[in-house]
Design a protein around this ligand. Structure first.
Ligand SMILES: [Zn+2]
Length: 322
């Protein structure tokens, strides 16, 4: 009798090899070109792409899947709404909380549509909904950001006792800037008790069109450090784009103390003095950039990118025209 062993089924000898893994992926891509075109573009950290790939293949272990295999928890309900069984299509698409996030993304690009039956159909549809050829990367990143953030939030609720809507996040409607102005919404995020933090930002014009997105991992920092680093990042991004010089750019931060330091209205902090000088240097050099305090800044997209940043080990900055 042959004893049970763990075997890699994609190789005839049962052993894992990089070549067999690549062949398996290539076949997967050929068989599922429609929904997989968005994946493996290198637009997101590999683990986010891998997770999305697994999701599209129906291999993400949500409560309904666990239950099907006989390991189900007693409570099968969706941790966001508690109104339905947690299936992949409900959690990532149909739940009213998740759909709110998708809707907000669609609104920013002025796209209207209704949801599909499955996440895979949604992924194919998402590519077809892209509002402009030069926005494809930003549009793709938004897809990954919603998927990954949904999964992270779900796990925080289930395993760390977090609550939806905790943290005093705003639900205000995003208000566009004036005609000749771009608005840079920025936000920082700290993940769980470990203090792993990230930052994110989104630059939009007066019509709400997304011009630039960024997301970065920061390591372990306190709240003020995160807020000041994200303001510096936004200023640096603006400074690197010569074509922005003809536009007024407002960096919208909800940190009163950081904005006061940057604008010389407070004493600042010794710890942050170099960063403050760097930001002030950019603002002196480029008078079209302004950092303002907005306590009711609608930053949910920037918040989403910051959460994405806190769980990754790489940076991305995407421009809609590149
Ligand atoms: Zn739900």
């Amino acid at each position: 009798m042959v004893p049970n062993t763990i075997a890699w089924s994609y190789n005839s000898n049962g052993l894992f090899s990089v070549g067999s893994f690549r062949r398996c992926l290539e076949e997967e891509l050929r068989n599922n070109e429609g929904s997989y075109k968005l994946i493996w573009q290198g637009w997101c950290p590999p683990k986010v792409e891998l997770f999305t790939c697994q999701l599209l293949r129906g291999r993400v272990i949500v409560k309904e899947v666990m239950n099907r295999f006989g390991y189900g928890p007693q409570d099968l309900s969706c941790p966001f709404c508690n109104d339905a069984i947690e299936t992949t299509s409900h959690l990532f698409l149909h739940c009213r909380w998740t759909w709110k996030v998708w809707s907000e993304c669609l609104n920013w690009w002025d796209v209207s549509c209704c949801s599909n039956n499955s996440v895979e159909e949604w992924c194919i549809g998402w590519q077809n909904l892209c509002p402009a050829p030069n926005s494809i990367r930003a549009w793709g990143v938004a897809f990954f950001a919603v998927i990954w953030t949904t999964w992270e939030c779900r796990n925080q609720i289930l395993f760390k006792g977090a609550q939806l809507g905790s943290g005093g996040r705003r639900t205000d409607v995003w208000r566009p800037p004036q005609m000749d102005t771009f608005k840079f919404n920025v936000d920082g995020s700290t993940k769980g008790s470990s203090g792993q933090s990230g930052m994110g930002g989104v630059l939009r014009d007066s019509s709400g069109r997304v011009i630039c997105l960024f997301s970065s991992y920061l390591g372990i920092h306190d709240a003020n450090t995160i807020e000041i680093l994200v303001v510096r990042k936004a200023c640096e991004i603006c400074a690197l784009r010569r074509d922005l010089i003809n536009w007024r750019v407002v960096v919208d931060s909800d940190s009163k103390v950081v904005v006061s330091w940057v604008n010389n209205e407070g004493f600042g902090s010794l710890k942050h003095v170099n960063t403050i000088y760097e930001i002030q240097g950019i603002l002196r050099f480029l008078s079209n950039i302004e950092v303002i305090y907005n306590p009711r800044s609608s930053n949910s997209f920037a918040d989403m990118l910051a959460k994405n940043g806190s769980s990754q080990s790489g940076d991305f900055v995407f421009w809609s025209d590149t």
